[in-house]
Design a protein around this ligand. Structure first.
Ligand code: G4P
Length: 282
C-alpha cells in the first residue's frame, strides 16, 4: 500500500523529475482513480504539461459507479482531454488506447508529416499519484508485444523506452505526481480508497465517514452486504456495532470488536465488495 507521507522534499523531487521527463515526450497519459477522479489528481500537471497532448484514464473503473464513470468521462472531455475508462488489472478498455493516442497526437503527426518525418513514434509517459495503478497499467499496456529500446545516448541518457508496436514509445518509469491536499475532504477520500498510510488514519472514524456517505448515496448497500437492518435513528457507530454482531466480531466474552468490523467495512469498500461506488462528483 502506498504510503502518503509527502514532505516538501518529496514533492520537490517528484516535481523536478516530472519536469525533466516531460521534456522528452509528446503525450502525457494521466491515470486517475475513477472513484475519486478529482481528489486523485494533481492539477499542477496542467501547467507542467502545457503544450503536450493529454489523455486521462479513469482507472479502477471496475470499482466505481458505472453511471458516474460516464459523467466523469463527459466532465474531462468537456475540458479538452481525451478520456477513457479502463481496468488496468484485467486490461479492459486498454485496446482502445491506440486509437485515442493517434487522435490526441494528430496535430503533432501532421506537423511531422509536413516536415517529411514519417512514422516517428509518439513518445508518451504515464503519470499519476501513488497507487492509482501506473505500474499495473504499463504492464498491461505494454504486455508482451514490446521491446525495451534501451538507452539512446545523448538524447535520452539513462531513460528506458518501451517500444509498442503501433507507433508509440513509452517511458518505462511513470511520472509520480504528488497528492494535493487542498482541503480535508481530499485527504479523507484518499484515505477511504487506501492511498494514505493506515497507521495515520483512525479506521473507526473512516468507517463512520464511509457509512454516512453510503447511507446518503447508496441506500441499501450496507444492509445487503452485512445482512443488517438500519433505521434512521441509528448513528454510523451503531451501524458498526450491528456489523460486529452480524459478522461475529467479538473481543473476549461478548465485547464488540469495533476496530475489527471497522477494518472489515473499509477493506470491503476498497475491494469493491460493498458495490461499485464513486465517492465524488463534479
Ligand atoms: P502505482 O504504480 O500507481 O503506485 O500503482 P500500482 O500499479 O502498484 O497499483 C496499485 C494497486 O491497485 C495494486 O493492488 C493493483 O493491482 C491495483 N489496481 C491497479 N489497477 C486496477 C484496476 O483497474 N482495478 C482494480 N480493481 N485494481 C487495480 P495491490 O493491492 O498493490 O495488489 P493486488 O491487490 O493486485 O495484489
Amino acid at each position: 500500500m502506498a504510503n502518503y507521507q509527502w514532505y516538501p522534499g518529496h514533492m520537490t523531487k517528484a516535481k523536478r523529475m516530472m519536469q525533466e521527463d516531460i521534456k522528452l515526450i509528446d503525450l502525457i497519459i494521466e491515470l486517475v482513480d475513477a472513484r475519486i477522479p478529482l481528489s486523485s489528481r494533481n492539477p499542477d500537471i496542467d501547467e507542467l504539461g502545457k503544450n503536450k497532448s493529454r489523455i486521462i484514464l479513469l482507472n479502477k473503473s471496475d470499482l466505481a459507479d458505472t453511471r458516474k464513470n460516464k459523467t466523469w468521462m463527459e466532465y474531462f472531455s468537456d475540458r479538452g482531454f481525451h478520456v477513457l475508462e479502463i481496468n488496468a488489472k484485467t486490461g479492459a478498455g486498454i485496446k482502445s488506447i491506440q486509437g485515442v493516442v493517434q487522435e490526441a497526437c494528430k496535430e503533432k503527426i501532421a506537423r511531422d508529416r509536413k516536415r517529411g518525418i514519417i512514422n516517428r513514434p509518439v513518445r508518451a509517459m504515464v503519470a499519476g499519484i501513488p497507487n492509482v495503478g501506473k505500474s499495473t497499467f504499463i504492464n498491461s499496456f505494454a504486455g508482451k508485444a514490446c521491446t525495451k529500446t534501451g538507452n539512446k545516448p545523448g538524447v535520452t541518457k539513462g531513460k528506458q523506452w518501451i517500444r509498442l508496436n503501433k507507433g508509440i514509445e513509452l517511458l518505462d518509469t511513470p511520472g509520480i505526481l504528488w497528492p494535493k491536499f487542498d482541503d480535508q475532504s481530499v485527504g479523507l477520500r484518499l484515505a477511504m480508497i487506501g492511498s494514505m498510510n493506515d497507521e495515520i488514519v483512525h479506521l473507526d472514524e473512516l468507517a463512520c465517514e464511509l457509512i454516512d456517505f453510503l447511507r446518503a448515496e447508496y441506500a441499501g448497500m450496507l444492509e445487503n452486504r452485512y445482512e443488517i437492518e438500519i433505521n434512521d435513528e441509528q448513528s454510523a457507530y451503531d451501524v458498526i456495532k450491528s456489523v460486529c454482531i452480524s459478522k461475529k466480531c467479538f473481543l473476549k466474552g461478548e465485547e464488540l470488536d469495533i476496530m475489527k468490523s471497522s477494518a472489515m467495512i473499509v477493506d470491503d469498500f476498497r475491494n469493491g465488495r460493498i458495490g461499485k461506488i464513486t465517492l465524488e462528483m463534479p
